[in-house]
Structure formats: C-alpha cells, structure tokens
Design a protein around this ligand. Structure first.
Ligand code: NAD
Length: 342
C-alpha cells in the first residue's frame, strides 16, 4: 500500500504482558487488508514506567489528543497501590463516557449459540470514581474502608441516549435499562429516572425494558437471547460484560470501545495476562475485533467485514484455535491462518 492511502492518523499503544504480541498480530492483519491507519506508536503502562518512569507520558496523551483515535493493548495496573489505573485516567482525560462491548457467538453449536447483544456501560462515574478512604478503628488505621460513588443526571442522560442512538443506527430493537434502584435508590435511581425519560423519546422506534442487575445476571445465563442492547452504570457494566464474554468463549473473544466526544479508544476487554505473556499463547481475536470496531468507527465497514469473515472461517472450522478456545495453535499460527482467509 502506498503511504498516501494511510491517511487516518491513529495512536497505537502496544501495552504490557501479551499486549505487544497481540498488537503485532492485529497490525499484520490490518496491513494485509490495507487498513487506512497511519500509526503513531506510543507507550503507556509498565512499558512506559520502564522507559520513562511515567505510566502515562505526556507524549502519549498529546498523541491521542492529536489523532482522536487509539488502538490500545492491555495495560498492567498494580493492585492495591502504585499508580492509578491508566485506563481510568485515559477515560477521564478524554471524556470517554461510553464503553461499548458487543458479544456475539463466533464458535457455533455450543450451549450459547447465536447470541448477539451489546452492553453499553457508563464509563466515567458510579463507584469507579473510586472516592475511597480508611477510617481507623482502635490501633488499626485501616479498620474500615469506605468507598463512595456518584452518578450525575447529565451523564445518566447521555449514556442512555448513546444506547438508544446506537440501537437506532444499528437496527437493534430493544434497550434494557439495568439498575439496582431498589437498594441504591439515589445512586442508581437517578440512572433509572433519566433512562425512563430518554426512553420515552424513542417510543415506537425502540422497545425498552428494565432489569435489576442481579436478576439480569441470572437471566443472561438462563436466556441471553432475550437481550439486545443493555445500558447500565459503570460497575454493573464492567461485571456483566465479563459475564457475557464468558458466554461466547471467554475474555479472548471480547472487544471493547471507549467512546467520547473528542476521542475513541479501542481495546480488548481482557488484561495483560502476565501468566501467558511472551509464550505465543495469547488469543489476538479480542483485540482484532476491537480493531474491527475502529474500522467501523471510521466508516470502513468493508474492511471490518473482510476481517470478520476471516475470523468466522478460521474459528468455525475449528482447525486453528488458541488454547483458551480449546485448540493448540499459537498467536502466530492463528495470525497466519487468518491472513490466508482474508
Ligand atoms: P487478564 O484478563 O489479564 O487474565 C485473566 C485470565 O484470562 C488469565 O488466565 C489469562 O491468561 C487469560 N487471558 C486473558 N486474555 C487472554 C487472551 N487474549 N488469550 C488467552 N488467554 C487470555 O486479567 P488479570 O490477570 O486479572 O489482570 C492482569 C493485569 O491486566 C492486571 O494488571 C490488570 O489490572 C490488567 N487489566 C488491564 C485491562 C486493560 O488494559 N483494559 C483490563 C483488565 C485487566
């Protein structure tokens, strides 16, 4: 491909753990279909700490401000201390308020055949605002841990509207508002209140229903086919979307997009999988599907469809699957098989 055709500037963050391996695989496939992205490679996470001492260098932030578009490998976040999650920081810096997580069955014939649903998760507020503190009890300074969250009316309105607009544009029929307003009457009650208000504007075009989050989790396992678009607050959306990923083959098959008004960041839902990093075992499909969402985002559904066709062709024959999908193929073997089917 000539350089002139690569005319969409985009930031590429290889990330930590399995990140560089799956990013390399995805770039190989994107190049093979002639994807139009002109990559600006930048560091974040532990890779950036090692190179610069800063988990999110200013240069990386500037790049995303410039391109408004990023493909990101998973980043390692130290648990219970260290630096704040880079993913959360990126969401806040770029106002990435909507987290879009589609789930559809690719490996046919299993218990959860023909699933096709999308979770829209509010990405900025709720309990992930992480306003945490300790209260001393006796001589234990950490005797009690507290955490507060918040939901704003404006953000509840915006995320539900995003879900309904998504439904209209993608020919989806139903939006389910998922909440816990029976217990968290204010925090998630406000979400439900705004949700119902927005839903009224779409009456006759998109069906709406409501589920309490715990009942929704059960229903997703018993009868996931009843769902089309689910919209919910931050923590619930995070948990439910891992559940739905599990229905269709696990985290190695789950892509996600973080969309805001000024930028969009595409990534796999899974983490950096340090247990299998550098071993040619990682499944690149979640990140590849995220790259597909990025192609759709820039209006190249044609290229996304070619890649989707290749994924289906390879996975349905069952000959070349990574270990997480019950196969023996490595990242590189799967990448080569995908390229042959493009
Ligand atoms: P993880 O998703 O990295 O791994 C969970 C399990 O799934 C592991 O057994 C892993 O081997 C397997 N797995 C994950 N992705 C896979 C793939 N593509 N192919 C095959 N197997 C795969 O979750 P974790 O172990 O809880 O987290 C590891 C690190 O990743 C932590 O530092 C966490 O904070 C971070 N994390 C980052 C993101 C992100 O950047 N978006 C998301 C979740 C977790």
């Amino acid at each position: 491909m000539s350089a002139a055709e690569k005319n969409i500037p985009a930031t590429l963050i290889p990330g930590d753990g399995i990140g560089p391996e799956i990013v390399e695989s995805v770039i190989e496939i994107l190049d093979a279909v002639g994807a139009p992205f002109d990559w600006d490679r930048q560091l974040a996470g532990m890779a950036a700490v090692d190179a610069t001492g800063n988990p999110l260098p200013a240069q990386t932030i500037e790049s995303i401000h410039r391109t408004g578009l990023a493909l990101k490998g998973p980043l390692t976040t130290p648990v219970g201390g260290g630096f704040k999650s880079i993913n959360v920081t990126l969401r806040q810096e770029f106002g990435l308020y909507a987290n879009l997580r589609p789930t559809h069955t690719i490996v046919p014939g299993g218990r959860f055949d023909k699933i096709d649903l999308v979770i829209v998760r509010e990405n900025l507020e709720g309990y992930y605002a992480a306003m945490e503190s300790y209260i001393p009890v006796g001589d234990d300074p950490h005797g009690i841990a507290t955490g507060a969250g918040y939901n704003s009316r404006a953000e509840c309105n915006r995320i539900v509207r995003f879900a309904f607009e998504y439904a209209v544009k993608n020919n989806r029929k139903k939006v389910t508002l998922v909440h816990k307003a029976n217990i968290l009457k204010l925090l998630t009650g406000l979400f439900l209140e705004e949700g119902r208000k927005v839903a009224k504007e779409y009456e006759g075009r998109v069906e709406v229903n409501e589920r309490i989050v715990d009942a929704c989790a059960m229903q997703l396992v018993i009868d996931p086919w009843q769902f089309d678009v689910i919209v919910t607050t931050n923590l619930f959306g995070d948990i439910l979307s891992d559940l739905t990923a599990g229905l269709v083959g696990g985290l190695g098959m789950a892509p996600g997009a973080n969309i805001g008004e000024k930028a969009a960041v595409f990534e796999a839902v899974h983490g950096s999988a340090p247990d299998i990093a550098g071993k040619n075992l990682a499944n690149p499909l979640a990140l590849l599907m995220a790259a597909n969402m990025m192609l759709q985002h820039v209006g190249r559904q044609d290229l996304a469809s070619r890649i989707e066709g290749a994924i289906e062709a390879v996975i349905t024959t069952g000959e070349v699957r990574t270990r997480d999908l019950g196969g023996t193929a490595g990242t590189r073997e799967l990448t080569a098989a995908l390229k042959q089917k493009l």
